[in-house]
Design a protein. Sequence first.
Lengths: 338, 338
Amino acid sequence: MSPMSPSIKDVAVHAGVSVGTVSNVLNHPERVAEPTRAAVQSAIAALGFVRNSSAAQLRAGTSRSIGLIVLDLANPFFHDVARGVEQVADELGYAVVLCNSDDQTSRENRYLQVLEEQRVRGVLITPIEVSSDRLDALRKRGTPTVLVDRHDPRVNCCSVAVDDVVGGELAGAHLVTQGHERIVYFSGPLGLSQCADRLTGLRRSVAAAGLDPDAAIEVVEIPVMNARSTHDVARARFEQGEPATAAFCANDLMALGVLRAALSTGRRVPGDLAIVGYDDIEFAADAAVPLTSIRQPTQQIGRAAAQLLVEECDNPDTHAHQQVMFKPELVTRDSTQP
Amino acid sequence: MSPMSPSIKDVAVHAGVSVGTVSNVLNHPERVAEPTRAAVQSAIAALGFVRNSSAAQLRAGTSRSIGLIVLDLANPFFHDVARGVEQVADELGYAVVLCNSDDQTSRENRYLQVLEEQRVRGVLITPIEVSSDRLDALRKRGTPTVLVDRHDPRVNCCSVAVDDVVGGELAGAHLVTQGHERIVYFSGPLGLSQCADRLTGLRRSVAAAGLDPDAAIEVVEIPVMNARSTHDVARARFEQGEPATAAFCANDLMALGVLRAALSTGRRVPGDLAIVGYDDIEFAADAAVPLTSIRQPTQQIGRAAAQLLVEECDNPDTHAHQQVMFKPELVTRDSTQP
DNA sequence: ACTCGTGAATGAAACGTTTCACGATCTCCA
DNA sequence: TGGAGATCGTGAAACGTTTCATTCACGAGT
């Protein structure tokens, strides 16, 4: 049924040349004379030859592909990051292997294993835990690694992130300015520096306004940062009566969950509850109440990360690790209109 | 810097066994005696050995991975399909290579090329054009192919889709029941059988209600099926004055675009314009006006497609192509409340 | 004591490329 | 006429596995 696909050798016989020549046509066309090249090309077409990349890579010893492991492809934020990565990789002649860890360590580990076995040149990752033995091991084996939307406290690799303290401050200052004195922060796991940093920023701006952060801010930690989980937690709170007049959410999916919970428990937004999200995904503008959000330069994060990685792959010796940090930006919409 | 990673041979030397034994430890542990196995394992750990999958695959001649090419990862619909595919592939021991063609033929072709070079066992694809030379060539070379969310009129491969005529009918019947007599259909390219079929269903239900489809339905064809393009087209129409009282959209992203355009030109939804979307993505329920939509069993589509593909991969000789067709379902929300 | 069987490990061949040192052939000019 | 370059092509080695026929060791059965 599937007749073993033709090899370079079959092409060589068919074209009446040696295998080396066929290989040259494939990889260094300028080294072979026009008529020969044409003969080989037509043999390739006639036989329907397709290069076996396993063999090529085995012999060459190195591939031109990089791995990208994101936390949650369902979140448009990561989708945009991936797009940025692909753009740059494309320009620089690298292929991207896209992996979705879905916030599960087992999946993350499996993908890391696969990428190592494939001998990718480097890995871009938004890891579940910043410092993992597996990542260290990977780096030790000489595979360049760049953290995406994360930061390594022990600066031993490149990273690209956004200043989350500033993000938290922007959100907090905005809410405080509107007179809110009780703010609930729907956070992801506080073990994530992102979530912790946003809280730091939030507290800072609250304090700057002369309020006591401990009294003004309540933190609700939600393990899975998606709409459904957040909706469920928020709804339970709202049914008991919510003391806060404003909610700050660690991402827009969570904000959508909070919004749905608020509306379905009869609250008006922003009248009864103002909401600020994070990421400014495309859907934020189309939500039931268009969401105020903290915008991150999403595609740029991906682009910068890919550039750093490729730089390190191409100059492993002279490379010095860098920590790129972008600034977030406040986008106001109805969900916080006074 | 990157010290050539250790091979199976290094492990063999370190453990004092032959390479064949190391390979057996890796692939058929039951064939090797306990003490030897332990020795090899510790050598592997000591050296940080990672199998080179290129070499393995080259020798073995076949991989256990399948390719999945989707049209638009930014659309949650495809994301859910991918999730279904991954679930099944996982269960059956296959790895999935996820590719996003982004509706560009050049990208689709590039990915097909890569997948062929990697000698994947099979390909799941939502192609840009159902009948393409490339796909035919792929199949001719013996690579099983399954169409996802598409249908092959010349039944020469498996496919999984949803009955789009019924979907169109559901939408049309719902709108007609509510008294609408002028419906604008924001369609994707009518070359897509999906878009054409939905129109067929829409016309059928309108006709069934005693109206003249040609008079009642206006078709607006939009080349790129996303929110932004649709918004722009819809807005231009609305600013001229929209004769229709109801809009049916070929997917929810488009519906969100129409919704935004309607609201921003001062229309009330559903008062001035009722809207029906398609796919029932998660965001549809959270939209400015929660969207009535046609739900498709998204994950199931992915699951079914993966099952068909694996079945064909495992039994290429006895396999008979199948066309699986699911039924869609109407979900009513505020955007069409009378 | 001899063979037989069994379980365990070996070692070489093969997979399809790329690479590279080496020929072969031609061109040009002293 | 001869030799130096160019220009093209060749063929074998090597990449790191898996596979499989073979060897080895050892105890059981006669």
